[in-house]
Design a protein around this ligand. Sequence first.
Ligand code: NAD
Ligand code: UGA
Length: 474
Amino acid sequence: MNSPANPLRICCIGAGYVGGPTMAMIAKQCPDIQVTVVDLNQSRIDQWNSDVLPIYEPGLKEVVEEARGRNLSFSTDVEGGIRGANMIFISVNTPTKTHGLGAGRAANLEFVEKCARRIAECSQGHKIVVEKSTLPVRTAEAGKRILRSSSSGATFDVLSNPEFLAEGTAVSDLLAPDRVLIGGESSEAIEQLAQVYERWIPRQKILTTNLWSSELSKLTANAFLAQRVSSINAISALCEATGADVDEVAKAIGSDSRIGPKFLKASVGFGGSCFQKDILNLVYLCQHFGLSEVAMYWEQVVKMNDYQKQRFSTRIIRTMFHTVSDKQIAIWGFAFKKDTNDTRESAAIYVCRDLLEEGARLVVYDPRVSEKQIRHDLEDVFKDSSLEVSQRHKRLIETNVSIASDAYQASEHAHAIAVMTEWDEFKKLDMKRVYENMYRPAFVFDGRNILDEAVLAKIGFEVHGIGRSNKFTN
Ligand code: NAD
Ligand code: UGA
């Protein structure tokens, strides 16, 4: 494959946060390889073909624009994409199951299975199928069985090539990853995929394993990262109770080279589409294999995260004299982290829900998240077990949530500010101007510890950070 007689042609099924950026990077780095990204979602594909991409990632537009129209295309023709390719990536979503066996824990593999069946139906000759989606261990086995049932006589090699990029830094992560992981049984197929990455990634960073190690390594990496965040967040609760400062503790322990400084930033709780989903998936796998102690151990990471989000809402309510009813709270940031427009599992959603239930009026500002998305997420979080939103909650969102066009507007006439996302622009605001337009006491609940507490206190704010007892009450 990838000889003049048989050039490599890649198709990726799924044009989401992973499929779009990873394929754009492959196309940029390998101008001789034709890359087609296909998706069932017409509007997403239209956006990939427009000037306003469906996802915000620093530097992504430049990468897409360099390759699009040359060797990168986006299309809804899934079948055509599969037929025209000899290497097919599956990069569709694998959310947590909401009903049926394993609901609330197991990964919903419906979309992955549909892709495998589609590939089996419309393939001819030999193809390499690459699992890019995050999948439970041994999914490749099921994939292989489905592919083997192909009636056209096509043959397949299945590889696992999990993605480790983080949102907000996707382009730099793809340009210079810590490692690329390829799991598989056929050394020839592994080599063909390795040769693609080798165009810009040093060979020693391309690790090869068996299929199952590769699948499990992805879940384990996310579980370890999330565990660090939950560990420091657990300590943040103790810091608030004792007068220690969690950022000082993080610095002190992170200076130990065995621990290291990364992923020790205490916060209002981790969000994003994957940490919780992948840990729950790991928990389900452990339960499936009868390892209940191991399952309970990892489940606690998610429980601690729920506790952290709920602790933050409770702290706001308690501090504001035990009621936020009819008080205006500015919500600074709605995305689950800075430099992305992704709100999946964002802590902001849960904190807003709790504050709305208490009757607060919320004015939300996020530089990258649309009003439509914010309202959609808030409706979603109020869904009951039959997936309905009550009229009361619909009205609450309509009347008590408004969207501001900047952080100043959000905090005008506010009783409090809650910093939910660590956007850099929040650090550069004229906080005197913010203070002048707020009610007194002017509370700041900094869920990301990004604002300078001493400076704010001097202006007159009452500041409550994560993992800090309030030293600066006026
Ligand atoms: P996403 O929801 O942004 O995108 C998935 C896309 O797949 C959607 O556009 C959907 O329309 C499309 N799709 C679903 N079924 C399809 C089908 N049968 N045919 C064609 N298109 C179909 O998801 P994502 O965030 O890109 O995640 C994809 C996978 O990558 C998940 O398994 C996730 O766990 C993993 N992952 C995500 C990240 C991340 O930062 N988001 C990082 C690493 C790994
Ligand atoms: C994470 C992993 O970092 C990626 O390697 C992985 O590929 C990806 O999940 C995935 O599988 O989807 P992502 O969720 O995009 O990436 O972003 P992170 O930077 O990991 O942040 C996740 C959450 O943890 C965010 O809400 C962030 O604010 C929070 N966080 C992170 C903290 O609260 N403190 C920290 O020190 C680090």
